[in-house]
Ligand binder design. Structure first.
Ligand code: 5GP
Length: 194
């Protein structure tokens, strides 16, 4: 997605050979115009899949997921990283190791919001080693719901998550795939020139 690649190039900050900071438009401040374009792009890719629900992870997946849900006309559920007091029972829970924080946390979703007749699209901001997506897939499997596919805003193609999830036979659509962050420079796979 050209607009996203340009935004990453102009506003993204390469923190190391493996971490990209996009706080100015996705992870802290949010660019609603870009989020709307992302929502339209993801929705167009999965328009014919009969999706009934979008599942993401708080907090950075919520903005692109809501925009996608708006276009597809379906609700958005975000997995919580901390169990809320009003949400103590009837939860699906999975363990997720965080790439950026190097810690393992439980994520959870109320059983009220994913049902066995749901067709679910997973959407997240980044795909690195695939642990967040695996946790979300685990929750969909616990709910006996169908997984339509995975939409990712930024995939780091030099880490193994994309291959691992695709090798499971899951459709993964990433709007920007980074091939390298070496030497402080962002390189994309399939750079869109026009
Ligand atoms: P994974 O579970 O695929 O290893 O990592 C994905 C999660 O880690 C995403 O939900 C995202 O929050 C975070 N993450 C991984 N790599 C990056 C990165 O380079 N930059 C930012 N901002 N977040 C990342």
């Amino acid at each position: 997605m050209k607009q996203l690649q340009e935004k990453i190039r102009t506003d993204g900050k390469v923190l190391s050979d493996s971490v990209l900071k996009v706080d100015s438009f996705l992870n802290h401040q949010i660019d609603p115009v870009l989020m709307q374009a992302i929502g339209e792009e993801v929705a167009s890719k999965f328009a014919d899949e009969g999706i009934t629900k979008i599942l993401t992870l708080e907090s950075s997946g919520i903005a692109p997921a809501v925009m996608t849900g708006l276009v597809l006309g379906v609700p958005v559920v975000f997995a919580r990283k901390r169990k809320s007091l009003t949400l103590i029972s009837d939860l699906y829970t999975a363990s997720v190791h965080s790439f950026t924080k190097n810690e393992t946390n439980d994520i959870s979703v109320s059983k009220d919001y994913i049902k066995s007749d749901d067709v679910v699209l997973i959407l997240d901001d980044f795909l690195a080693n695939g642990q967040a997506v695996l946790g979300l897939i685990d929750i969909i499997e616990q709910a006996d719901a169908a997984l339509s596919g995975v939409a990712i805003v930024i995939e780091k193609g030099f880490q193994n998550g994309g291959k691992m999830i695709r090798d499971r036979g899951v459709r993964v659509e990433s709007l920007a795939i980074i091939s390298s962050l070496a030497n402080g420079k962002v390189e994309f796979i399939g750079e869109v020139s026009a």
